[in-house]
Design a protein around this ligand. Structure first.
Ligand code: HEC
Length: 161
């Protein structure tokens, strides 16, 4: 019985090391916003929320903690980042601010709790969005042509929730 347990743990160990050979390298894309954060590119409050909760998957400013490099977690993480960047990439926003459609898509995704992904907030507790965060993002999304100058904060603070 003890031999079986030992054998089992050895084979798990070997399998674990084996799958490390199948790590998927992600080459960080050259960043258009290097040096300039989202806070500077768009509204500071909105930028801060996006940097905290979204940019790991939706920009080339991804922080890769050690466990994100260990298979099988790395498979899931790299898939999320690849697909997230394909869907929506903040990195070009300094040159080309997000369109109204893009902003509305963001509002939709955070309003129904689809984003940030629950797999992410499970580990990154700080990435969870409050009702105020969602209201702020949606206020910014609905604002036309003047995303920098609207008094979004005072609006969302006055809202009774
Ligand atoms: C852990 C990675 C991850 C994080 C963090 C994350 N996303 Fe995503 N996002 C994805 C992936 C993967 C997709 C594409 C697949 C999907 O829709 O589930 C996606 C899709 C989207 C889409 C397109 C949805 C659609 O239906 O077309 C929007 C908009 C979006 N994300 C916004 C955000 C915003 C805003 C945040 C932060 C509040 C955020 N995401 C955080 C990974 C992430």
């Amino acid at each position: 019985m003890r031999r079986l347990a030992k054998l089992t743990s050895i084979s798990f160990g070997v399998a674990f090391l084996g799958i490390q050979l199948f790590s998927i390298p992600i080459t960080p894309k050259a960043s258009a916003t290097s040096g300039v954060g989202m806070s500077q590119a768009i509204n500071p409050q909105v930028g801060a929320i996006l940097e905290r909760s979204c940019q790991d998957c939706h920009s080339s400013h991804t922080t890769w903690p050690w466990y994100s490099r260990v298979a099988p977690v790395s498979w899931m993480v790299s898939k999320h980042v690849r697909e997230g960047r394909e869907m929506l990439d903040f990195s070009g926003w300094t040159d080309q601010p997000p369109s109204t459609d893009e902003r509305m898509l963001i509002c939709d995704a955070v309003s129904d709790g689809q984003m940030p992904l629950p797999e992410y907030t499970m580990i990154h507790h700080k990435a969870k969005l409050s009702k105020q965060d969602v209201a702020l993002l949606c206020g910014w999304a609905a604002a036309t042509n003047a995303p920098r100058t609207l008094p979004l904060v005072s609006n969302s603070r006055n809202q009774k929730e």
